[in-house]
Design a protein around this ligand. Structure first.
Ligand SMILES: [Zn+2]
Ligand SMILES: [Zn+2]
Length: 225
C-alpha cells in the first residue's frame, strides 16, 4: 500500500487521481501550489480512490521527509468541521441575513415614503389649484363700485380702508364684501386671492357665496413623516 503525493497544476485532478490509481496507489494527496488554502477538487469518474487536498506547506513538509528517504505514514480519515469554523459560518449567515432583511425594510420604507410624498404633493397642488380657481370665481362675483362725490364712503366718519388705512376719494374703485365691509379693490383683491376671508371680520367669502371647496386630503396622515 502506498499513498501518492502530487503537486497541483499541469493537469486536471481527475487525470492525477486516475494516473495514481493506475499505479495502485490506495489514496492520493494533492498539495496546493500557490496558496496556503485548499480547494475542492472536482474528480468525477475516479471511482473509489480516496483523494484529499492538503496545503502547500503540509505537502512540502511530507516531501522533505521523503527526499531524505524516510517512510511517511499517512492516515486519511473523515474529518469533522471544527467548532470555530461552524460558529464563524453561522454568525456570517446570521449577519448576512440580518443585513439583507434590513436592506429590504429600508428600501420598502423609502419607496413607501416617496409614494406618500408624491401623493401628498399632488393632492396639495390639486386642492391649492381648486382653492385658487374658487377664489377667482368668488372675487368675480363680488360687487365693485366707483366712489362718487356725495357717496357715504367719502364721509370722514365712514370706516377707512382697513388694508391701507386711507380714506376713500372720489373715483376710487371699492369692493363690497358679502359682510358689507368695504375696501379698495386694489387693496383687498390680493388678500382675497390668498385667504378668501374678509380682513375685518374673517367671513369666508367662499362659504358666503356658496362656493364650497373640499379640504385638502390626507394631510394628517402624511404629517407623521
Ligand atoms: Zn386701501
Ligand atoms: Zn367683513
Amino acid at each position: 500500500h502506498w499513498v501518492a503525493l502530487l503537486q497541483r497544476g499541469n493537469c486536471t485532478f481527475k487525470e492525477k487521481i486516475l494516473k495514481a490509481s493506475a499505479y495502485n496507489a490506495s489514496a492520493v494527496l494533492v498539495y496546493n501550489n500557490s496558496t496556503e488554502k485548499t480547494v475542492k477538487m472536482g474528480h468525477d469518474g475516479t471511482g473509489d480512490t480516496v483523494a484529499v487536498m492538503i496545503t502547500e506547506a503540509y505537502g512540502r513538509e511530507i516531501l522533505s521527509h521523503l527526499e531524505r528517504n524516510l517512510t511517511v505514514l499517512v492516515s486519511v480519515v473523515v474529518g469533522q468541521r471544527g467548532p470555530t469554523k461552524n460558529i464563524n459560518r453561522g454568525s456570517l449567515v446570521f449577519v448576512s441575513i440580518s443585513f439583507i432583511v434590513l436592506m429590504i425594510i429600508s428600501s420598502a420604507w423609502l419607496i413607501f415614503y416617496f409614494i406618500q410624498k408624491i401623493r401628498y404633493t399632488n393632492a396639495r397642488d390639486r386642492s391649492q389649484r381648486r382653492l385658487g380657481d374658487a377664489a377667482k370665481k368668488a372675487i368675480g362675483k363680488l360687487t365693485t363700485r366707483t366712489v362718487k362725490k356725495g357717496d357715504k364712503e367719502i364721509d370722514p366718519d365712514f370706516n377707512h380702508c382697513a388694508v391701507c388705512i386711507e380714506g376713500y376719494q372720489p373715483n376710487d374703485v371699492v369692493r363690497i364684501l358679502p359682510c358689507k365691509h368695504v375696501f379698495h379693490k386694489m387693496c383687498v383683491d390680493p388678500w382675497l386671492n390668498e385667504h378668501c376671508t374678509c380682513p375685518m371680520c374673517k367671513l369666508n367669502i367662499l362659504k358666503a357665496l356658496g362656493i364650497m371647496v373640499s379640504p385638502p386630503q390626507n394631510t394628517s396622515q402624511t404629517h407623521t413623516f
